[in-house]
Design a protein around this ligand. Structure first.
Ligand code: SF4
Length: 277
């Protein structure tokens, strides 16, 4: 199908998914059927949910795993020493997650307390020490690791999270589950277009601000501003978060709220806040 119908004139659209988008699902189904392998009817999908893997969980075989948060997935310094010791002393089998964290799996019940004590002794922050906002934030490696980076991501995750956390606390939203995704360039390796808040590096120290994705990563966000300086991110988000705190609907998540309000209304909130000083 891609050989015959794919768009090779535009490299960005030279993907099978665009053939499906252009030709339609029914056409694709008929085409596959024509080749002698008809597809079964579409199955309904349940609501997509992101499981919370951090903290202690029973594996179902009598053993346990401990999900350990790792900021931006960077295993270094005391975190590395603690994880190495947990593997060496307790036989933990580490599993990396797409949320940039580590699961120490296959632990015996009797080892739960000593493993936790070991991590704490190394100064590792466990999940309960983090706000939901810090816990769910992601950042790509960007500078200095990635040659495509236009600005920082991983190394500024901490300060950016702290500045927005302060706004959330002030508005009574500290326990709200909001996903933040920071990338150093538009390639979006930390899924910056699919979270509640996406920061996409444009030039050194400035980011395009995306809003309106959803926590489960099933809805794309929209660009609200092309360039916001890192120092202005929290102040830019503050009037939007305040409006969310005051005007959200029952059970409405931040991304859904932003989508409902739309970019024009959100931009006006920020302008009005700037005018009023
Ligand atoms: S988003 Fe850009 S800067 Fe970040 S890892 Fe991917 S390519 Fe590199």
């Amino acid at each position: 199908m891609h050989r015959d119908h794919g768009n090779r004139a535009d490299r960005k659209r030279a993907r099978l998914k665009y053939v499906v988008d252009d030709m339609g699902v029914e056409w694709v189904r008929a085409e596959i059927g024509r080749q002698g392998a008809p597809l079964s009817p579409l199955l309904p999908m349940g609501e997509f949910a992101v499981p919370d893997l951090l903290g202690w969980h029973a594996q179902g075989d009598g053993r346990f795993w401990l999900g350990v948060p790792v900021a931006a997935g960077r295993i270094t310094g005391p975190v590395r020493r603690a994880l190495r010791e947990a593997v060496a002393r307790f036989g933990a089998d580490p599993v990396m997650t797409p949320q940039q964290d580590v699961l120490l799996t296959n632990l015996a019940a009797a080892d739960r307390a000593p493993v936790e004590a070991l991590l704490r002794a190394h100064g590792v922050d466990l999940a309960e020490a983090l706000t939901p906002f810090a816990r769910w934030a992601l950042a790509c490696p960007a500078l200095p690791t990635c040659g495509l980076a236009l600005t920082e991501a991983e190394r500024v995750q901490g300060p950016i999270v702290a500045s927005i956390e302060a706004v959330l606390r002030r508005l009574g939203l500290a326990e709200e589950r909001i996903s933040l995704r920071i990338t150093g360039c538009p390639n979006g390796c930390a899924r910056s277009y699919a979270g509640d808040i996406g920061l996409v590096g444009r030039v050194p120290g400035a980011y395009a601000l995306y809003l309106g994705g959803d926590f489960a990563g099933t809805r794309l966000s929209f660009k609200l501003f092309e360039r916001v300086r890192q120092a202005d991110l929290a102040a830019t988000l503050a009037p939007i978060l305040a409006d969310f705190a005051a005007g959200r609907q029952e059970g409405e998540e931040f991304g859904a709220f932003c989508t409902r309000r739309g970019p024009a209304a959100l931009a006006e909130l920020v302008s009005a806040a700037a005018r009023s000083g």
